[in-house]
Design a protein around this ligand. Sequence first.
Ligand SMILES: C[S@@+](CC[C@H](N)C(=O)[O-])C[C@H]1O[C@@H](n2cnc3c(N)ncnc32)[C@H](O)[C@@H]1O
Length: 210
Amino acid sequence: MKMLNIACGSRYHKDWINIDIIADSPLIKKVNLLRGLPFEDNCFDVVYSSHYIEHLSEYNAKFVLKEAHRILKPGGILCLIDLDYNCLSHYNIPKKLKRTLFAIMKYLEEKANFDPYVGRKLYSFLYDLGYQDINVDVAAHHLIFGKLKDADAFNWFKKLEVVSRKINLQFEEYEGGYEEFLEDFKRFFTDPGRFTYTPVISCRGRKPLL
Ligand SMILES: C[S@@+](CC[C@H](N)C(=O)[O-])C[C@H]1O[C@@H](n2cnc3c(N)ncnc32)[C@H](O)[C@@H]1O
């Protein structure tokens, strides 16, 4: 079996061919996926991608998937995993905070090619390529209720802090700018009465034989 993990990051396995633009292990081959896949046609049994397509414009996503399709053997499996409704699904969230979170994600969507809604698109990507036996699973990537765990606090506070500093957003509804927004988010997120989840969608299908 010949298996390829594209944009593997730190999740790689010795039995796979692992590729990423950052190759910080001898088990990873350095490849810029936006320049195409350096493999011949019809040579892999499995191509796997997780948490990568969300970082691509729709044009680039389709280019990378076409390349994955090209190098898969007929009957081979393409498996895609990504989040949906990324960072946006909360209950008991104050309206101002919710509007600002949506504004941040919209900014990333429009200016940084980040797709918070890519999970729901994976099925259609495979369907449009003519894949067969498509199977879809949905699970909770984040599922946060009750007392906030240290790992969730670190993960969410850090990513919002880094993103808020980097982007050129006015945080119009907060007089104190992004710092006041972050305080508001921390207040909301540490309240054990809030509920947060993020769906992770995995979708796999078989390349047609003909
Ligand atoms: C969010 S990480 C996901 C890593 C891993 N697949 C996982 O599920 O944890 C996205 C990965 O895409 C890689 N990447 C980004 N642009 C790339 C490109 N043009 N070519 C290859 N890899 C790229 C990054 O280096 C990073 O490792």
